[in-house]
Design a protein around this ligand. Structure first.
Ligand SMILES: NC(=O)c1ccc[n+]([C@@H]2O[C@H](COP(=O)([O-])OP(=O)(O)OC[C@H]3O[C@@H](n4cnc5c(N)ncnc54)[C@H](O)[C@@H]3O)[C@@H](O)[C@H]2O)c1
Length: 413
């Protein structure tokens, strides 16, 4: 995607260098202009490993820190890549924006309303941006669907569904051994812990924060049995978590209502045996799309060959390929993370830093999408009671400044 190579270099400090952080840092180093002069993790071995990886990719060794505040104080940086544990994202983002840096944070939910507001207010006060790295917004299939919606194939969109349905029992249950952040969340919290993979593309599709907004949310949680059964089977009675009570329900259902009249249904489902799915559904007055176990399907009223029968989505995914993906394929899809969408979301971030221009996923999107987590925890705790959604735009959603056009734009095709 050559153009970025002609632009200024971007000095990125990488914070959080476990599996995801080291992968994202290396992916980012594939983008022309990116250098990583400093890396940081509270675990020294991970920080050192991250430094080794960066040295191999860029030919110069980054400085190594165990304290990100020290890194911010000592290094000359333009931006931060934050791939730490969920409950640390907002604090690191706020501190980095206060230090004059643009910030990319990996996905995860917010623990409180306050941390969402802090991100919004700090971004407004400093003029620096905070972009949630929601890679699924740049998935090929999600982008083709976005184009189909913008071109009217679905008519008026009425209802959407999505989920994070990912069997992560080993990653969660062995969190102590592998020093992974998820375990304590599943022991102590109960809600929609990972809302953004499908909510991001959905929110962009229906103009959330730009003419539309989330109004209310209600969540209910099933009982929590998956991790216990898994550990009993894998580790037996003597394992230290054998009798642990997990708070996080195996399946958490969330319904969001929107000012535009749409309803959104999200499912969080990570502790029962199942193949991966994001369970995407888009339903409008003219068509319906459904991600299905054996291949996604679509039905278009008066267009699909047989009435009331699904047809394969594959030909539509090709016919409506988003121009960003067309360009990406022309230059040869980079073989990196998650089929290319990681490279695209990181490229979108770097382009915004280079241009000093608003990112396609801004701090209002970041705050609203992350807020689902703490709101759902409140709703679950109250037996599914609907809770009001804060308006992090403070009313601006009815009349926002124009979005920035460009190849990574998620508002128009
Ligand atoms: N978008 C995707 O497809 C995708 C995929 C995997 C993970 N993720 C996200 O990436 C993030 C990291 O995931 P992971 O699996 O690598 O998690 P992890 O728990 O294995 O690693 C988090 C790392 O952050 C470090 N850390 C925590 N607080 C820190 C601080 N204050 N300063 C410096 N380092 C700190 C920890 O020491 C750890 O090494 C999470 O938000 C996760 O949800 C996204």
């Amino acid at each position: 995607m050559g153009e970025q190579g002609e632009k200024t270099s971007v000095r990125v400090g990488a914070i959080g260098l476990s599996g995801r952080g080291s992968g994202q840092m290396c992916e980012m180093l594939n983008i022309p202009g990116v250098v990583v002069p400093a890396v940081c993790d509270v675990y020294e071995d991970r920080a050192l490993h991250g430094a080794e990886l960066a040295t191999k990719k860029q030919g110069s060794r980054p400085a190594v820190y165990l304290d990100y505040k020290e890194m911010l104080a000592k290094e000359q940086l333009d931006a931060i890549l934050c791939c730490t544990t969920w409950i640390t994202h907002a604090e690191i983002a706020v501190t980095a924006m206060q230090a004059g840096l643009d910030v990319a944070i990996e996905v995860g939910g917010a623990a409180s309303e306050e941390e969402c507001w802090e991100m919004v207010r700090t971004s407004r006060a400093t003029g620096k941006f905070c972009m949630l790295l929601e890679n699924c917004c740049y998935d090929r299939s999600e982008m083709a669907l976005f184009r189909m919606v913008r071109e009217g194939v679905f008519g008026e969109v009425v209802h959407l569904e999505g989920g994070y349905r990912h069997d992560l029992r080993d990653e969660i249950a062995y969190g102590k051994e592998i020093r992974h952040g998820r375990l304590q969340n599943f022991i102590r919290r109960n809600g929609e812990l990972y809302p953004t993979h499908q909510l991001g593309p959905i929110a962009k599709m229906i103009g959330i924060n730009r003419g539309n907004r989330f109004l209310t949310l209600s969540s209910i949680a099933s009982k929590a049995r998956g991790l216990h059964a898994f550990l009993q089977h894998e580790k037996g009675e003597d394992y230290y978590l054998a009798n642990q009570i997990f708070s996080q329900g195996d399946v958490v259902d969330t319904t969001i209502t929107c000012a535009g009249g749409e309803t959104i249904h999200l499912v969080h489902d990570c502790t029962l045996p199942r193949p991966y799915s994001r369970g995407y559904v888009v339903e409008g007055t003219k068509a319906v799309f459904q991600e299905a176990p054996l291949g996604s399907a679509i039905y278009i009223d008066n267009v699909s060959p047989k009435q009331h029968e699904w047809e394969s989505f594959d030909p539509y995914c090709q016919a409506y390929e988003h121009p960003l993906w067309q360009a990406y394929r022309d230059t040869g899809v980079h073989a990196g993370g998650h089929g290319g969408m990681d490279y695209l979301v990181l490229s979108a971030f770097i382009e915004s830093v280079q241009l000093g221009a608003p990112p396609p996923i801004d701090v209002y999107d970041t705050a609203a999408w992350m807020a689902v987590t703490y709101l759902s925890e409140q709703s679950v705790a109250m037996g599914g009671t609907p809770v009001p959604f804060p308006d992090f735009t403070n009313g601006r959603w009815i009349d926002r400044e124009p979005y920035r056009r460009g190849r990574y734009c998620l508002e128009e095709v």
